[in-house]
Design a protein around this ligand. Structure first.
Ligand code: ZN
Length: 349
């Protein structure tokens, strides 16, 4: 099938998006030089602008989307013509803004979007399973933003190959000061990284969070994000030494203990993530990478509780392998998970 003509694309843009836009914004879109020879990517960009306008209206303001397009149009990368990749990148910026406006738990990216657009801090990546998506960065130092984009473009396809599809259409990386205890934070497709931690391990860790956000219990999501940060950078032994030493400082053992803890506190939280990492590394050392990522892939379809998770791993492999694996989990936990799973199996229709 031949691609639709520029005329057909103009009709599509007018009918689907511009007809519903406020007049000033629609006039600004029509005034862009690229509007005279629309491609599919330009039409998708107009769709993202319309989506963004709706999200900003729902928040009771109508100026910011127009201001964002006007600001983009002033930038050197825009003024020499908006090619396909730039149209997709800018579409990603409008999608990210729309998402941050409509999801009240998402970080407000309005204040930092300026740096994304001014320096053209975006790139389109073709992922092995979920295909094309846009990586974007916000950074006061554009070189640091580019560095984060390059590392994310390297690791995201590898993470997808291991644990399955990246679940969003864009990823927005903000490089900005964080409270001292954090190297990075993530929420769905938004990542925040402290300027001192724009490094391979932190990026791999936060990308793992973004891919698996909210499915697993925290000890596992954190332990697995640590596992991926060391696995992807070839530093698993260094990771094991760091977390073993950390547990000694906390005066906690290395075995994962998921029994209910009265007065669960920060020490419990820190200990569980280190124990979670050592548990997962133990699976890797005993049974290899497929035994780690296979269950993660299959359990991603729903929210999973701790008992199911440990039991899924514990069932893997030969009796001898299970015996070795049991060394990473305290015996009470294994017993409790076995009882739980037997009960759950009986309860199923
Ligand atoms: Zn983390």
């Amino acid at each position: 099938m031949p691609p639709p003509s520029a005329r057909a694309l103009t009709d599509m843009a007018e009918g689907q998006y511009l007809a519903g836009m406020n007049d000033a914004l629609a006039a600004l879109v029509r005034a862009q030089p690229w509007f005279q020879g629309l491609t599919r990517a330009h039409v998708d960009l107009i769709g993202a602008i319309r989506k963004c306008e709706k999200a900003s209206e729902a928040r009771g303001e109508v100026q910011s989307v127009q201001a964002m397009l006007a600001f983009a149009a002033e930038q050197p990368w825009y003024q020499d013509g908006v090619d396909e990749a730039e149209a997709e990148g800018l579409k990603g910026a409008f999608e990210a803004y729309a998402e941050s406006l409509s999801d009240r738990n998402a970080p407000p990216i309005g204040p930092v979007l300026r740096t994304t657009i001014a320096s053209g801090l975006f790139t389109v990546v073709d992922l092995p399973e979920s295909r094309e998506m846009v990586l974007l960065a916000a950074a006061e130092d554009p070189a640091q933003g580019q560095q984060a984009l390059a590392m994310a473009a390297e690791y995201l396809p590898q993470i997808e190959l291991l644990v399955g599809a990246y679940p969003y259409t864009f990823l927005y990386i903000m490089i900005t000061d964080l409270p001292e205890v954090y190297a990075g934070l993530s929420y769905d497709e938004f990542i925040t990284i402290s300027p001192e931690y724009v490094d391979r391990q932190t990026i791999a860790h936060e990308l793992t969070h973004s891919t698996l956000y909210g499915i697993f219990p925290i000890w596992f999501e954190e332990g697995f994000a640590h596992f991926m940060e060391y696995y992807l950078t070839g530093t698993l032994d260094e990771g094991a030494a760091t977390h073993t030493a950390g547990l000694q400082v906390l005066r906690r053992g290395a075995q994962l203990d998921l029994r209910p803890k009265p007065g669960y506190d920060d020490v419990d939280y820190l200990a569980e993530r280190a124990q979670g990492f050592l548990f997962i590394k133990g699976i890797f050392d005993t049974n290899g990478i497929d035994a780690v990522v296979g269950p993660v892939r299959s359990l991603r379809t729903r929210t999973v509780n701790a008992q199911e998770l440990v039991w899924t791993f514990a069932q893997f492999g030969t009796a001898e392998q299970q015996q070795r694996l049991a060394g990473f989990v305290c015996q009470d936990v294994l017993g409790a998970t076995r009882d739980y799973c037997a009960m759950a199996a009986r309860a199923r229709p």
